[in-house]
Design a protein around this ligand. Structure first.
Ligand code: FES
Length: 500
């Protein structure tokens, strides 16, 4: 009669990351049944989870608010959407509590049945003492059942409320999971969760986001122009960009496309912000035009053009963020786009984006812990990879080493520290090096050896890590030799050449 929930739901319920629960399961601190968690087991490990104290209600409120903004408000003879949503929240809470109590009464009645069966099969008739013991047992059991404050029941009810507000999608064969809120499409929700789903148009025209519905109910939210064949329909195929999840669903879908599977794109965007984060470095944020979305993998780059000035830059944001693309651009004499950015590119000005390019992308199949090494503005592609890894919540541990040759701290030092404070599986170290390290001076080799040792030495077995390095070519070459000599297989070394 256990109440089992998935790891993703359990993580939402107690407000921790999924990887935290996975670690506790691996350490034997939490036990599971067929990959799922029992609510009472969850409460045993998180006894202080209180609905009022946690972020769960806030999350539910946000979901309601978001759903409300999308509900058609002009339906006659219906209470307004806010009233409906509030009633649903209350009713689902009541239903959850009642459901939980029924389960506990069920358990209690089964125990009573056992008790009476023992009486019936005993050799001698029950004595007064036996009857009194049964009465005491009943009193005790009923008192517990009627106990007004029951944390497990509250968890159960909150889980039900969250189920009303967000359906869970489970993907096969990857076992990735994500939540769908409001009327968001399956595709949008999956991409926002950081998954590398295959898609093309995202508006129902191309058929590339086709997935097989294995269980659950989906609903059309956008009329597709692409027509599924009779056979595809009979097999249960559906278009993820045109459907939302009504209930929890299981989809069979191919994931993790390779960089070469993404077709070249051209789109227009506007300058959302330009922030000077160092004397010669600006963080440029671009907003794609309404309805446009750049399809790329974390770690890839694009060509930016404005009035004939163009250059290639690594994307610094996560593919899960559809609303903005971020770039870290250094002012360089041989970069006409950078010169325009630092002198004449203003808010809302149009920029053309062409790409994506490159194969410096996350190895999604790998189960290794990860070391990221960023050299100066090599932080841009590393940041994209990091944000993607964080969105996926997949890697057990993420270590960032940021080597900088200017100022006392790197230009987004506070952002990295905030991540380290907030995420228990993220570790951040910055290392200062002299800028002449890029110019091959006599002592450059020695300085680099010191930097590489500082990266490798904290790790017991560096060969067990995937290592991603974004640095100028001379640094990459020496890094490759260094890590290879320490047993890191070539398949675990991922390198991107950036301008010095
Ligand atoms: S992405 Fe083209 S039909 Fe869904």
């Amino acid at each position: 009669m256990a109440r089992l929930i998935t790891l993703s739901r359990a993580a939402r319920l107690v407000g921790v990351k999924r990887t935290t629960l996975q670690k506790q399961i691996q350490a034997g601190e939490l036990s599971t049944f067929e990959g799922q968690l029992d609510l009472s087991e969850l409460l045993r490990v998180y006894p202080h989870t209180k609905i009022e104290d946690s972020t769960m209600i806030e999350r539910a409120d946000r979901m309601i608010e978001r759903a409300l903004s999308r509900v058609v408000r002009d339906q006659e003879n219906l209470p307004d959407a806010e009233v409906l949503a509030t009633r649903i929240a209350h009713l689902s809470h009541e239903l959850g509590t009642a459901n939980y109590r029924v389960r506990r009464y069920d358990i209690f009645l089964l125990q009573l049945q056992d008790y009476l069966r023992k009486f019936a099969t005993a050799a001698a008739a029950p004595t007064h003492a036996d009857i009194n013991a049964l009465r005491d047992w009943l009193d005790d059991g009923l008192t517990k059942l009627h106990a007004s404050s029951d944390a497990e029941g509250e968890l159960f009810a909150t889980d039900m409320l969250l189920r009303v507000m967000a359906a869970q999608v489970h993907l096969e064969p990857s076992a990735h999971e994500f939540f769908v809120q409001g009327n968001d499409s399956l595709l949008d929700s999956g991409l926002r969760a950081g998954l590398a789903l295959d898609y093309g148009c995202s508006d129902g025209s191309c058929g590339r986001c086709m997935a097989k519905l294995k269980s659950g109910i989906v609903k059309l939210v956008r009329k597709p122009r692409y027509r599924l064949s009779e056979h595809e329909r009979a097999q249960g195929y559906t278009l993820m960009c045109c459907h939302t999840a009504v209930t929890d669903v299981v989809l069979e879908v191919a994931e993790a496309p390779q960089p070469g599977h993404i077709e070249p794109q051209r789109l227009l965007a506007r300058v959302g912000s330009v922030e000077r984060v160092a004397d010669d470095i600006a963080v440029l944020s671009l907003r794609p035009a309404e309805g446009a979305r750049l399809r790329f993998l974390a770690g890839q780059s694009v060509r930016l053009s404005s009035d004939g000035q163009s250059a290639e830059y690594a994307i610094a944001s996560c593919p899960c963020d559809e609303h903005q693309l971020e770039f870290h651009i250094r002012m360089r004499g041989d970069d006409a786009f950078a010169q325009k950015l630092f002198t004449a590119l203003g808010l809302n000005q149009q920029v053309e984006i062409e790409g994506p390019h490159g194969d410096f992308t996350l190895d999604m199949q790998s189960l290794h812990q990860v070391i990221f090494v960023a050299w100066d503005t090599g932080f841009a592609p590393i940041k994209s990879l990091l944000e993607h890894a964080m969105a996926l919540d997949a890697a057990e541990n993420l270590h960032l080493f940021w080597v900088h040759t200017q100022d006392d701290v790197p230009y987004l030092h506070n952002r990295c520290r905030a991540w380290a404070d907030a995420l228990e599986n993220f570790h951040y170290t910055h290392l200062r090096a002299e800028s002449h390290i890029y110019h091959g001076d006599s002592d450059a080799h020695e300085i680099l050896a010191t930097v590489l040792a500082a990266i490798a030495e904290p790790h017991f077995d560096v060969a067990a890590f995937d290592i991603y390095i974004a640095a100028p070519a001379p640094i990459l070459e020496q890094s490759r030799r260094y890590f290879t000599a320490r047993g890191v297989p070539a398949a675990q070394l991922h390198m991107l050449d950036i301008p010095a």
